[in-house]
Design a binder for this molecule. Structure first.
Ligand code: ADP
Length: 389
């Protein structure tokens, strides 16, 4: 079926007498396209091929025929509510017709037209069925367009990520070369150049190191959230936290931080992803501490009405101005110069990408000078976002 077509045919099935031919004539007189169908299976085929509405004589609706028609109509796409006009001799459902009317109930969008048929009544009923059908076509086109847009967006995203991946991969080598050769220059020409030249070489070397770090982080970002499938068996978040804390051991020792952990649940995510979330968030809690000893609390709780676990990592550090609460999750977004606090601004972007892959979300609540609490949610049954890299 041509998805763009908006068929206007009105199918007619009235097997006894001259009703079928007469109705077609009336429709033609009203500039409407009628098509007589010799049998109900034929009419069903035409519905599947695309039609706007159907007029059926009540006496053609035997139980087995209604079953077939019901099946055909229920196989229609969700936007479709196919209009059926049934010619009946007894619209009040008295006598023998009551059983038949009960029979047609499952057919859905049914209008009864009482016999003897009056031209004006028939044409007006058909016109209103056509109007309803046109709205359905509009919904269909809207849905189609949304699907096409979503596919296009996914394609563009995937191309961009592929580009970022290749670019960051290919830029690693030149960054390494610049760093290496500026070191060689400093070593081999030590004392042979004036102070300004040495200063320039130092700046080039530092730039190369920083560029290498950025490129490396971009590579990490494009790779994050795509490492392998989610295990069917839930992962113990306590274990993931232990590994993250072991990796942060040196920073914890150096800062003398106190770490408090509540009991954490099992969740259905890739263990490496959970570790990375903890590591980035706790790493930041240690880094963005005030001059005093960092205190970090890690908890998880269920919130009423949400089928997900909400994890939190709270610190007593420098805090964040709430105006930047969204901004800091962007790639390379930082609130401080690297001379003040080291880093490239990729950690929280990676956290957001991971969490969103599982259908969760991440956010921060904070006030400047009063510490920050980062929250992220993990749904019980994560629906994986399509892989894009
Ligand atoms: P990076 O730490 O490399 O700058 P992130 O993406 O991890 O990158 O963090 C982005 C920015 O968010 C940081 O530069 C910092 O300004 C702010 N930030 C992150 N975590 C905290 C925290 N726990 N307390 C205060 N500020 C934070």
């Amino acid at each position: 079926m041509n998805r763009k077509a908006a068929p206007e045919q009105i199918l007619i099935h009235a097997p006894f007498g001259r009703d079928g031919a007469l109705i077609r004539e009336v429709l033609a007189w009203a500039d409407l396209q009628g098509e007589v169908c010799p049998s109900l299976p034929h009419l069903e085929t035409r519905i599947l091929e695309g039609a706007a509405a159907a007029i059926i004589a009540e006496e053609a609706l035997r139980p087995d025929a209604v079953k077939g028609l019901t099946e055909t109509l229920s196989a229609q796409p969700p936007w479709s509510d196919f209009p059926l006009l049934i010619m009946t001799s007894d619209a009040n459902a008295s006598g023998g017709s009551r059983g038949r009317l009960r029979l047609i109930e499952p057919l859905g969008n049914v209008t009864l037209i009482e016999r003897p048929l009056r031209t004006a009544t028939l044409v007006s009923a058909i016109r209103s069925a056509l109007r309803a059908r046109r709205y359905q076509y509009q919904i269909r086109d809207y849905i189609d367009q949304r699907e096409r847009d979503a596919k296009e967006l996914q394609r563009v995203n995937s191309e961009l990520e592929q580009f970022a991946y290749s670019a960051s991969h290919d830029l690693q080598e030149p960054a390494r070369m610049m760093s290496l050769y500026s070191q060689l220059l400093r070593r081999d020409y030590a004392g042979k150049l004036d102070a300004t030249a040495e200063d320039y070489i130092r700046i080039v070397g530092e730039g190369a190191v920083r560029m290498g770090a950025l490129v490396n982080d971009l590579l990490l970002y494009t790779r994050s959230a795509v490492d392998g499938p989610v295990s069917e068996a839930p992962v113990d978040a306590n274990r993931a936290l232990e590994v993250a804390l072991a990796n942060l051991h040196a920073a914890i020792e150096r800062t003398g931080a106190s770490i408090e952990c509540g009991s954490l649940p099992n969740v259905r995510v890739h263990e490496a992803h959970l570790q990375q979330l903890f590591q980035n968030l706790i790493g930041n809690a240690l880094k963005y501490s005030q001059k005093h000893q960092p205190r970090v609390q890690i908890r998880a709780e269920r919130v009423d009405g949400e089928a997900s676990w909400i994890f939190s990592v709270a610190d007593n550090g420098i805090g964040i101005d709430p105006r930047y609460a969204e901004h800091i999750f962007g790639i390379f977004k930082r609130l401080h110069a690297s001379s003040e606090y080291s880093g490239t601004g990729i950690g929280l972007a990676i956290c957001r990408k991971i969490v969103e892959r599982y259908g969760g979300r991440i956010w921060v609540e904070s006030e400047v000078g009063k510490g920050a609490t980062f929250f992220f949610s993990i749904p019980d049954m994560p629906v994986l976002a399509a892989r894009q890299a």
